[in-house]
Design a protein around this ligand. Structure first.
Ligand code: DOR
Ligand code: ZN
Ligand code: ZN
Length: 438
């Protein structure tokens, strides 16, 4: 007997759509085609609705362990699955930071106990910890090595010497926050004691483009897969477009850089690294997205409380929560004709699975894990705080017209969320690691 049959849904990949039944057993898709037939514990009619692979957000800061007033694996993953994100990859700047084997396993144990979404866990690049990075990311279960080239939330752990060493001695996918510390330092001195007109003036495009250019240089010298996180400027795109298809470099874009700019009246709520950019950069990102030059969407979900954001500019932490807003924002964009739904599936499901080597994720095919979203043609509504599940309870998009969260969200074949609400409080996701060629 099947555990689940989804009937008559319009199943999408990044390049196709077809109407078929999907049968699930033991958390996996076991049949796709006309009339699954046979008994099933649960049958869902998806007639007239879409069925897509669950979204994969490879860039979240759930802050657990260390910051329970902001978020933990329970609340962060509830927000994720409510918004159709069935797999998250958590960043290393927790407390303790995920830069040792012990800290990585400590975080994995927390996620295993509390996460409603499947989870990957980044290993943090740090001076003196290269052997651990090799063990945990090149050979072991970590989803990649995360490197901050400039200080953001948390201390800077990698200087250029360590970065070169990482390129020379490790081979796992490297995810990079590309803002150059030297440039940032120059602007820190320039603005010392003054408040810049916008956060972008304190951390201008120059910091990003210098860092991305250095990454291109290093990738050319020591070829390995580099995923440039949250590309935010036209200048970075120009550098990266020139090597696209030549070097193994891929790109992530964050919703806040597509939907907001440095003139958005958000105050510290819009303080994020890399910063919200001028409108021309924002439009360049949409143009690049339309041409297929941006590979994945990462929310960079960074939950800081409203109290923390109410501090003066210099002390307010940087970061924007957003893991549960990817689906509502992108589906609204589809409705407005800004991009086809297939492109959303490509960027939010298929490409992250391919780039990170999550072989059983990101596609609706026989043998894949049954991480599935069901939803209809969306009716847009005004986004309100009540629909948020992140512990910090705010979003920079309040008042904007967005799509509703998916009708149904399945994680490994289990229904975990319906219309933005958690319906199975006990269901837990599983660790996701890259599958390496034997
Ligand atoms: O704005 C940011 N917030 N950028 C980062 O790089 C880190 C993040 C956080 O962890 O708060
Ligand atoms: Zn970052
Ligand atoms: Zn981040």
């Amino acid at each position: 007997m099947y555990d689940l049959v989804i009937e008559d849904g319009t199943i999408l990949s990044g390049t196709s759509r077809r109407v078929a039944d999907i049968a699930v057993e033991g958390g996996r898709i076991v049949y796709i085609g006309p009339r699954a037939g046979g008994p099933a514990k649960r049958k869902v009619s998806a007639i007239g609705r879409f069925v897509v692979p669950g979204f994969i957000d490879t860039h979240v800061h759930f802050r657990d362990p260390g910051h329970p007033h902001k978020e933990d694996w329970g609340s962060g993953s509830a927000a994720a699955v409510s918004g159709g994100v069935t797999t998250v990859c958590d960043m290393p700047n927790t407390n303790p930071p995920t830069i040792t084997v012990e800290a990585w396993h400590e975080k994995a144990a927390l996620a295993e106990a509390k996460s409603r979404a499947n989870f990957g866990i980044w290993f943090g690049g740090a001076a003196g910890k290269i052997d651990d990075a090799r063990r945990m990311a090149d050979e072991g279960p970590a989803c990649g090595i995360k490197v901050f080239m400039g200080a953001s939330t948390g201390p800077l752990l990698v200087d250029d010497t360590t970065l070169v060493e990482l390129f020379e001695r490790t081979s796992a996918l490297m995810g990079v926050h590309a803002e150059d510390e030297g440039v940032l330092q120059r602007y820190r001195e320039h603005w010392a004691g003054k408040v810049p007109p916008t956060h972008h003036d304190a951390r201008p495009a120059e910091a990003a483009v210098v860092a991305v250019s250095r990454l291109v240089e290093l990738t050319r010298a020591h070829p390995r897969r580099v995923h440039v996180c949250h590309v935010s400027t036209a200048a970075e795109l120009a550098v990266l477009d020139a090597v696209r298809g030549i070097l193994p470099m891929t790109t992530e874009v964050s919703p806040h850089h597509l939907w907001l700019d440095n003139q958005s009246p958000l105050g510290n709520l819009g303080k994020v690294n890399p910063p919200l950019r001028p409108d021309a950069d924002r439009r360049a990102l949409w143009f690049a997205l339309g041409r297929g030059l941006l590979d994945t969407v990462g929310s960079d979900h960074a939950p800081h409380t409203l109290e923390e954001k109410a501090l003066p500019y210099e002390s307010a932490p940087s970061g924007i929560p957003g893991v549960e807003m990817i689906f509502p924002l992108f589906l609204a964009a589809v409705k407005h004709g800004k991009l086809p739904l297939e492109r959303v599936v490509a960027m939010c499901s298929e490409s992250p699975a391919r780039i990170f080597g999550f072989a059983k994720k990101g596609k609706v095919v026989v043998g894949a894990d049954a991480d599935l979203l069901i939803f209809g043609e969306p009716e847009l509504h005004k986004h309100v705080a009540e629909e948020l599940l992140t512990r910090v309870g705010w979003s920079p998009y309040l008042g904007q017209k967005v799509a509703p969260k998916p009708d149904m969200v399945f994680v490994n074949g289990k229904l975990v969320a319906e219309r933005g609400r958690i319906v199975d409080d006990a269901a837990r996701g599983a660790l996701v690691s890259p599958e390496r060629a034997a």
